[in-house]
Design a protein around this ligand. Sequence first.
Ligand SMILES: *Cc1c(COP(=O)(O)O)cnc(C)c1O
Length: 474
Amino acid sequence: MSEPLYPQTIGQQFGRRSWAEPWKIKMVEPIRLISRPERERALQEAGYNTFLLRSEDVYIDLLTDSGTSAMSDRQWAGLMLGDEAYAGSRNFYHLQDAVRTYYGYKYVVPTHQGRGAEHLISKALIRPGDIIPGNMYFTTTRLHQELAGGTFVDVIIDEAHDPSSEHPFKGNVDLDKLETLIKKVGAEKIPYVSLAGTVNMAGGQPVSMANVRALRELCQRYDIPIYLDATRMAENAYFIQTREPGYADKSIAAILKEFCSYTDGAWMSAKKDHLVNIGGWLAVNDESVLETARNLVVVYEGLHTYGGMSGRDMEALAIGIEEAVQDDHIRARVGQVHYLGELLTDWGIPIVQPVGGHAVFLDAKRFYPHIPQNEFPAQTLAAQLYLDSGIRSMERGVVSAGRDPETGDHRYPALELVRLTIPRRVYTQAHMDVTAEAVKAVYDARKQTRGLRMVYEPKYLRFFQARFEPLNKH
Ligand SMILES: *Cc1c(COP(=O)(O)O)cnc(C)c1O
């Protein structure tokens, strides 16, 4: 598709302040900016990896939106209602009801966080040699699929790999790619399609309702189930509401439930959409899959009515599920992300367009065209941003992509990005202004910036703990 579905710019849709926060602040947590020499020392000690910085040394923390949201007064009150019984906690039933009400799946297995659920579903459904097609990989999702003996194959539309494509649904599955793959390997080799909404690694890009409906039809023909990474599906629903014809008058909750109805189950990192600091779940409709997942959860997570969470965690999560699908909440959440994106766009700074739901992604390849990918341009940019103003961001490029298990070489993804991830209900518009100005300062100094060399590399998920040194020391 070359014509965008939505003719308006983001600015026209929102106006600058139309998303003003639907909450007021009841408790504050002081933050402080340490001096430039202190930041230099902190970064050096962290091996130029923002994951290894101490939170105390960070001014505005945009590392991730995972577990960093502010809970509401209702959620905090919910913590006091924790039923800490080992088995059959009443909070589990509240959680199960909330998932059934808003996502529509029949059975719920709680887990300590998203990757716990990914582990269970991967182990339950994948046999060695299987192929798992999906709309772009996510780090922990793919790793669990690989550890279960499967091979992930990307079947996202080509536009997703092009940071300047304005396609409104860059998370869509390319149905031709998928059908070609099914014909090549055989449907019996494909335990499920791994669908994510929104697509984190593509820049928080959504999947359209039309696409998931067509995907369902295709998969039904080949008898292949669809499992959904629902981590940011509430945000995905917002993009359907604002961009897809026929959905403007439907609520986020209604859109979310319709979307899920085309899938057979989902896993969830509740640390994202659901506004809690820890938690996750797996939900399925198929009883035999439920049985396997329930057998596995007691081995890896905890009893099937707590799965690694305390009762109070499950209560806060159940309340968060309901808050996450409120239209005004989602509009303000995505609106804040878009406010930052608009400032950077206005200043000509290369970012992934259109701006996604949870983060603004800086395009490090266009930022630093003189730094080759094996000198880690995105890692470099994240380090520079911290040095400039104590803002913490995350690399999503060659370091995150890891090595090819067959050849041992770096995987060189088309997208070499730095993610400025906005926690939910935590920062104000003034923090976004400060962030935008810091990015601009780093951009203005880009020509003098040199890349990095990796000096320590862990075997799994290397981006978390890898260490680097600057290359400018000759
Ligand atoms: C965070 C995330 C996960 C993993 O969840 P955790 O709670 O961090 O274990 C899976 N999928 C997506 C899209 C995520 O963003």
